[in-house]
Design a protein around this ligand. Structure first.
Ligand SMILES: Nc1ncnc2c1ncn2[C@@H]1O[C@H](COP(=O)(O)OP(=O)(O)OP(=O)(O)O)[C@@H](O)[C@H]1O
Ligand SMILES: [Mg+2]
Length: 249
């Protein structure tokens, strides 16, 4: 399958910290990739670099063969590369539906048209359809603050679908979610990812989650890729076992 997104020799230091050290990664269209690695190993920086939140000091980021290195996060989002953050970016006092309506208004660049009603019927229909894909059928008028963490995480990703992305980068979609809810959240996310045939990258600390949902695992250590391959192969790698899984050296 073709390469949809790639970094070529991308490097970024913060002071003496090598957050991204000569990273060359290719992501194939439709692939589901898990990113693992110790705290501070550069996982979020990788997502920040490909989504324009951090500029590389050296190297190139390409999306479908186009150089997107200098583009702003907003321009990159509009190309169809969506992301989530470690902490969901939601309007907690507004309802589930209102949050989605705002995401759709942003897509239409009409969020500042205060004289236009947010609840246009066509937009409400689209919002409900998108929410239903992520399992939100009722309670749509509840404030987001009443949702459990798993619901907030799902809603956060659902909002990024307003832009109909072809690539989705998720920064710890299950962090803060209870152990019982983790797999339910991932099942839902991954079923939408599969239905939409998009390329999905997720950063994850729970190796059981990675093993279950990723076809390919990238292991980060000190801003570099320590291992890259199928989960079984990567988790059997002695260097990964020592440095990432914390097994005795
Ligand atoms: N904007 C920034 N300014 C200064 N240092 C930064 C910045 N962003 C990241 N770093 C540093 O770069 C290194 C990599 O950070 P990054 O956030 O990418 O790690 P991570 O693998 O996502 O870690 P975690 O698992 O804790 O989320 C860390 O040492 C971090 O402190
Ligand atoms: Mg991080």
């Amino acid at each position: 399958m073709g390469v949809v997104l790639e970094t070529v020799n991308v490097t970024r230091y913060f002071g003496a910290v090598k957050a991204a050290d000569d990273l060359s990664v290719q992501l194939a269209a439709g692939q589901t990739v898990g990113i693992v690695g110790p705290n501070g190993s550069g996982k979020t920086t990788f997502v920040n670099l490909v989504t324009g939140y951090v500029k590389p000091a050296r190297g190139v980021v390409r999306f479908r063969e186009c150089d997107i290195t200098g583009l702003t996060p907003r321009q990159i989002t509009r190309l169809g590369i969506a992301r989530s953050f470690q902490i969901p970016q939601l309007y907690l006092r507004l309802s589930v539906l209102e949050n989605m309506l705002i995401a759709l208004a942003v897509r239409e660049q009409r969020q500042w048209d205060l004289w236009r009603p947010l609840k246009l019927p066509a937009r409400v229909d689209e919002a409900c359809a998108l929410l239903a894909q992520f399992g939100f059928f009722d309670g749509l008028s509840q404030p987001v603050s009443t949702l459990p963490e798993g619901g907030r995480k799902l809603l956060d990703v659902a909002l990024s679908f307003a832009l109909r992305p072809s690539v989705l980068l998720l920064d710890e979609p299950t962090s803060g979610v209870s152990v019982e809810d983790k797999f339910a959240v991932m099942d839902r996310l991954m079923s939408v990812v599969r239905q939409s045939a998009i390329t999905a990258v997720f950063i994850e600390h729970d190796m059981e989650v990675v093993a279950r949902y990723a076809e390919r695992v990238l292991v980060f250590a000190e801003g570099r890729i320590l291992a890259d391959g199928a989960p079984a192969e990567v988790f059997a790698n002695p260097a990964v076992r020592t440095h990432v899984l914390g097994e005795g050296a």
